[in-house]
Design a protein around this ligand. Sequence first.
Ligand code: SAH
Length: 342
Amino acid sequence: MTDIKSMTTEELRKLMEELGEKPFRGGQIYSWLHSRLAVSWEDMTDLSKALREKLRKYPITSLETAGEQVSALDGTRKYLFRLADGNVIESVLMRYKHGNSVCISSQAGCRMGCRFCASAIGGRIRNLAASEMLDQIYRIQTLTGERVSNVVVMGTGEPLDNYDQLLRFIRILTGEGGLQISQRNVTVSTCGLVPQIYRLAEEKLQITLAISLHAPNDEKRRMLMPIARKYSMEEVLEACRSYFEKTGRRITFEYSLVAGVNDGEEDARELGEKLRGLNCHVNLIPVNPIKERDFRRSDRIVVQKFKINLEKYVRNVTLRREMGSDIDGACGQLRRSYLDRS
Ligand code: SAH
């Protein structure tokens, strides 16, 4: 099926030609979809009625709000969206002083199986189309009437396991004629799919790559993340070095602190030694406990100690500010609780 909202301007121009229309109609439609955020053919008032009639056979994806939670603490909003096929996904809007950031999902479910992650339970249902990734941002911008300036692909799913649609999504989101969000304000987070990291390095993008590391060595990483059985930490770090060389973009490493598992002094030292010399930024986040597993978050003092120890090796270490902790669900828990209920 032709998914109009996942098409580039060029592709739309070609489609118009095939339909016996002037190619520039393609540009008009693109702008309606990606800049004016139209949700139906009827919206596109500068297309003739006859043309709109002709185009009606192409459905335009749109999301239905299936749930919403607002944090009383910081105004963070979590949305549960229903896709055309009935699957639900979750997206989060975070309001910072420097602008609005949206965290989007890249798949319905996920097949990476990280032990601490709510999205892994139930596995992957399907990939999202580029249009469905875009729609999460478009919908939130329309619902709130506020501009989105930052996008993080850190919701449900492994973005590099949905590579082609992800790339399409990034190009439409940051390219001419759409919302034109700066690539520097787009972050893609991966559990570390090594071949795709090399491939991404060749795409000439200025996005930030975030790697979910979560452990100081392979042994511990394998306990938390099944993908670590496929690619060693050394292979992941080598891919990161190459990514930095190719793109000049500093890598972000995410490290979720789990009490008694990866938060010791020795862990900080071992991690520090491996990252020393790499142009990177480490983002620490105490794990969000999920009810399906008995992982506990590290105490505040332990987190501070870990940070100080790591800073002996790595210059940029931050503690991720937690947003919306009073509402259901950091990390896929809103979708999870919805699926549990229904
Ligand atoms: N699949 C991608 C992106 C989605 S997960 C990835 O693995 O990076 C986004 C981030 O949230 C990852 O760093 C992931 O490991 C982390 N995460 C998932 N569940 C979490 C939890 N319960 N507590 C803390 N971080 C979690």
